[in-house]
Design a protein around this ligand. Structure first.
Ligand code: ZN
Length: 542
């Protein structure tokens, strides 16, 4: 996907210099200079780089090199720290391009000097380079930050803070549609939707273990004079556990599926924030299923099926499964080896029984149990987790959860944490890029724009809009004193699914002239147009 190198230039270098640097690179490539591996002693390496005034490399040798041997590569006069391997010679570099210049703090530390970072990409053949550059161009066009701005879907403002996006009216409309769809489907599948606050006493997160094991992502607690300590929640689980415990549960009540589109707060480092994809506060399509051991497999499968259903309707394609397991670092995980093995086996068995293949992510589990991650890729082919299914024996224990079994004894339920459609913010960023802003009609903030050809048809245009609105469609009338062609162009720029153009003839016959997104034009009665769009929306066609 590319490379970069950081430089401390004495005079500034900008993107306009890249071509000159490339042509110098080509000259060096043609000189067929070999890359020669050498091993120096620490003393020799320090002396060599000190002589060259390479203080940053001296720092790397001091901090990163273990033992007495320093691996370096020599290319002509140029000497660099590198473990290797390398191509044999500069001649082997067939196709490359420098892409951009950015500032970068030395070793990512904002208290250290700022260097100039030059990014580039290199490929075995010119054709592969060309394909990659085309892909970059397409990804740029689909970038959700760019489209989000153009279509006025969301914004980020420094006064509010980084990683805290604001949903503008059109973006909020899409989110509302997504939430309705998700909640309605979950209610149909036996989930109980609740509402719980974004904060809780710090004590609650100490009991769950988050205050100890998830601390690096949590906001500092808010301390008040009366001794109260409140914490912005990084997860919804503890609140849902409290609801589970609000009553004595019997085996007849299980599985109990408590769901919420709940706000979570996680302090991601500022360098890792990306538009709507990686943020500091997000609304998770979350649920906690409390079930008996016998019900576990069915619940895990049900959660996978729901995630698959959402993916299918929303057009989330090209995803893969990862079973995230624990590693051998002892203090990272709660609970015993046996329970972990059991839970990991349950997740793998569920996927296998559904004919799905998966890879394993060692050390990527949640601290209380293993999980299935649904990995999807954005337009830049960056992989991220969109939804998860996690099996948890630990929180039920920490909170002493119980249910009354058939024989009257008290038993401990198992918890399944699952996010089927993921976080609204991340889902939205995915959908913007997936559709490049041309959302399916049911999601689009404006489903129809009615365009009167002259002011004489304004009344009829309003009647058309009223009829469509009576079917709960989202409609605008473009009554601006602009030419029709201009209005059509503006509607196209907003990627509106339908434009209904009405002139004198249409008004007389109760017709509309429909222009769809691909640009096809067709005449229709108002009634059949209205029912066509309403059906398309009801069926959530893509
Ligand atoms: Zn949870």
């Amino acid at each position: 996907d590319g490379f970069y190198y950081d430089f401390a230039f004495t005079s500034p270098v900008s993107e306009s210099d890249l071509r000159a640097i490339e042509s110098r690179m080509r000259r060096i490539v043609n000189e067929d200079r070999p890359f020669v591996h050498e091993t120096l002693t620490r003393e020799e390496a320090v002396a060599e780089f000190r002589k060259r005034g390479q203080d940053y490399k001296l720092e790397l040798i001091a901090d990163k090199v273990e033992g007495d041997e320093v691996s370096i590569y020599r290319t002509g006069d140029f000497l660099d720290l590198c473990r290797g391997p390398h191509v044999r010679s500069t001649r082997d570099l067939k196709a490359f391009k420098l892409l951009r210049v950015a500032g970068a703090y030395w070793r990512g530390d904002e208290k250290k000097p700022q260097l100039t970072r030059i990014y580039g990409t290199a490929w075995p053949t010119p054709q592969q380079l060309e394909d990659y550059l085309k892909f970059l161009e397409e990804a740029e066009k689909r970038d959700h930050k760019k489209i989000g701005k153009e279509l006025k879907l969301f914004m980020v403002d420094d006064r509010v803070g980084p990683g805290l996006p604001l949903w503008l009216p059109d973006g909020a409309t899409i989110r509302r549609e997504l939430e309705r769809f998700i909640v309605d489907e979950e209610l149909m599948r036996g989930y109980l939707h609740v509402r719980t606050p974004d904060v809780a006493r710090l004590e609650l997160f100490k009991q769950s273990g988050h205050a100890q094991l998830y601390k690096e992502y949590m906001y500092p607690p808010m301390k008040f004079e009366d001794g109260e300590e409140l914490e912005l929640r990084p997860v919804n689980c503890p609140h849902h556990i409290v609801i589970y415990q609000s009553d004595l549960r019997s085996y007849r009540d299980l599985p109990m599926r408590i769901a919420e589109i709940g706000n979570n707060w996680r302090y991601e480092r500022s360098g890792t924030l990306i538009g709507m994809n990686r943020v500091r506060s997000f609304a998770l399509n979350d649920a906690h299923i409390f079930c008996t051991p016998d019900q576990l497999m069915g619940e895990v499968k049900g959660a996978i099926e729901l995630a698959l259903y959402f993916s299918d309707v929303l057009g989330i394609e090209d995803f893969s499964y990862q079973v995230s397991t624990r590693d051998d670092v002892k203090d990272k995980w709660l609970g015993g080896e046996e329970q972990w093995q059991e839970a990991q086996a349950a997740l793998m068995e569920a996927l296998e029984s559904m004919g799905q293949s998966y890879k394993i992510g060692v050390g990527e589990a949640a601290f209380y149990g293993p999980k299935i991650d649904f990995q999807v890729k954005d337009a830049h082919r960056r992989e991220f987790t969109n939804s998860t299914v996690q099996v948890d024996f630990q929180l039920p224990q920490r909170f002493d959860l119980e249910y009354v079994a058939e024989d009257g004894s008290r038993q401990r339920p198992i918890m399944v944490h699952r996010g089927a459609a993921g976080a609204m913010e991340r889902l939205f960023s995915y959908l913007i890029e997936r559709y490049a802003g041309a959302f399916p009609t049911w999601l689009h903030p404006v489903q129809v724009i009615v365009i009167p050809i002259t002011d004489a048809q304004l009344d009829y245009a309003r009647r058309v809009a009223d009829r469509l609105r009576s079917l709960r469609l989202r409609v605008e009338v473009d009554a601006r004193p602009e030419r029709m062609q201009r209005k059509i162009r503006d509607g196209q720029a907003r990627k509106v699914p339908y434009m209904a153009i009405v002139g004198a003839r249409e008004a007389e016959t109760e017709h509309v002239n429909i222009r769809n997104r691909p640009g096809d034009q067709v005449d229709s009665t108002l009634e059949s147009f209205a029912s066509m769009v309403a059906t398309e929306v009801a069926e959530k066609r893509r």
